[in-house]
Design a protein around this ligand. Sequence first.
Ligand code: 6CS
Length: 315
Amino acid sequence: YNWKFVTEEVDGQVQYEYAEEFAKRMNEKSDGAVNIEVYEFGGLGSETDQVEQLQSGTVEMAVMSPGFTGNMVKEGQIFALHFLFPDSVEKTQQILNDSEALNTDLREKYEEHSISPLSFWTEGAMQWTSSKEITEPADFENFKMRTQTSPLILESYKAYGAEPTPMSWSELYTALDRGTVEGQENPIFFIGDASFHEVQDYMTLSNHNNYVAMTTVNTDWYEGLNDEMKTMVDETTQEMQEWVFEEQKKQNEEYLQTIKEDTENPTEIVELTDEQRQMFKGKAMPVRDYYRNEVSTVDGQILDKLQEEIEAAGE
Ligand code: 6CS
């Protein structure tokens, strides 16, 4: 078996390391019968190009961010809602593992488009970087914010008064450097590894959302696997949940130090107070109604169920 596995990140970054580890485990378990070639981001085009490659079966497997599928799988934009998951990354991962709303209901929505998400996992809490200090929603007024392409991500920033611009991360360093955009959101490891802090003056520890990625497979290809292979893929996907949690944790901790210690490119780290976070949350809440009424194709049922699951998990 020769399969292709594409990721949205490059060597060393969480998604890429995930795919390499996945490939290694599959190769070992199958006594060398399964060979998975892992592709770094860039070689096969943009994040949205990669979505199409998975759908057409040009690649069998992909790590995909829902932030790039929002124009197609409307419900998947649930991850664009700020302050929805618990502040704890660990609790968030637990919900991603166990949620029926996501692993059954949302999965079906993706499968209508030939994409089967086998798992959802976090790459860490997201933070803002910016060219000016951001501590309250008013600081976002007319602020040029880079986002991924899902329309609801743009809505979330419009709710703060910002002017969001979707683009691929491959163009982001230059766009920040030139001032085409003034800020962006990402987990700390990604900010540090992609060196965005070099061209930004501030990093706000906002924890406004968790970055969620999905391990996806082409639906027809997956359904066509023999039972032994399918079980091996499923088991490996489950095992990898704990592995990737530790990997993102380690990388996010290490890169926070790297950014703090980079005296050649100083970045002021701003921690939001509870009160300040509440101000952002207040502005973010109406976006949930917007999701329910305008975005969801099933009257917000998946969101309702997910919110119940989050409540049951406790803060
Ligand atoms: O900001 C982005 O678009 C990129 N961020 C991460 C953490 N992974 C890949 C994604 O394309």
